[in-house]
Design a protein around this ligand. Structure first.
Ligand SMILES: [Zn+2]
Length: 245
């Protein structure tokens, strides 16, 4: 069982699952399209000239559509995370709600999309290369489909990793924002995963108190690495003074 300092493991899982579903759905489309095109080495030359460009484009278009599907998924899950962080912070501070800025939320959504878009552009280029090579080598339709599937799985896996990490980022950024908005505290506490998976980068920061006006240093702002689960929690001074006495 993973330790979950941000309390977002459930959102992360659903997010990753939605991404996997989106890719799987598009992959089925590719399968159908490829079978309609009826690729298959008849004559190698004809294959190269006619079928390679058209089928590559068809598949690349579908892949591009898969990234479009992700936009809605990203916006949904980052919003849920952002709202959860504001609710959690309000609860700690005994406040009803903390109103958040729509612009700050959108900035986080865009940042997440940007990472996945960057990934997609790299992968599309690579993907095109692999496919064209496979086709010009006269690979069978099944072999090409296997290559396509592998590429889809690789992109999906990496996108899921980005999603998990970005949920942690959104949660922590929103927590700091909520602290700033409420003006209740200017300090947050760094919580690591506290299990065997905690990395050497995060470990020394466990329990460290950080002033939120002093967070330009990216090494204090989790995620510090892909799949980092560390959290920033609002720190209430009164409580601390009581326990210290
Ligand atoms: Zn960490």
């Amino acid at each position: 069982m993973l330790h979950d300092p941000t309390g977002t493991l459930n959102i992360q899982k659903q997010y990753a699952l939605s991404i996997r579903r989106a890719y799987r759905q598009r992959f089925h489309e590719v399968e159908t399209l490829l079978s309609r095109l009826n690729l298959g080495p008849t004559s190698k030359e004809g294959f190269k000239e006619k079928k390679v460009p058209s089928s590559t484009n068809v598949i690349l278009n579908v892949l591009t559509l898969a990234f479009h599907d992700l936009k809605e998924i990203i916006n949904h899950f980052i919003k849920r995370t952002f709202e959860k962080a504001h609710k959690d912070t309000a609860r700690v501070m005994n406040m009803q709600t903390i109103t958040y800025s729509e612009a700050k939320l959108q900035a986080l959504q865009n940042m997440n999309y940007h990472y996945i878009e960057k990934l997609s552009k790299n992968r599309i280029a690579k993907f095109k290369e692999v496919m064209e090579q496979g086709m010009s080598e006269g690979k069978s339709q099944q072999e090409i489909l296997a290559d396509v599937k592998q590429s889809f799985n690789a992109v999906a896996w990496k996108s899921e990793q980005i999603a998990r990490t970005e949920v942690v980022r959104a949660y922590n950024k929103a927590t700091v924002e909520a602290c700033k908005t409420s003006a209740f505290t200017d300090t947050v506490r760094f919580f690591t995963e506290r299990d065997e998976n905690v990395c050497p980068l995060c470990k020394p920061l466990n329990n460290k108190l950080i002033n939120i006006n002093n967070m330009q240093n990216a090494l204090l702002f989790p995620p510090l690495h892909p799949n980092c689960r560390c959290a920033l929690h609002p720190h209430i001074k009164v409580e601390e003074e009581e326990t210290d006495d």
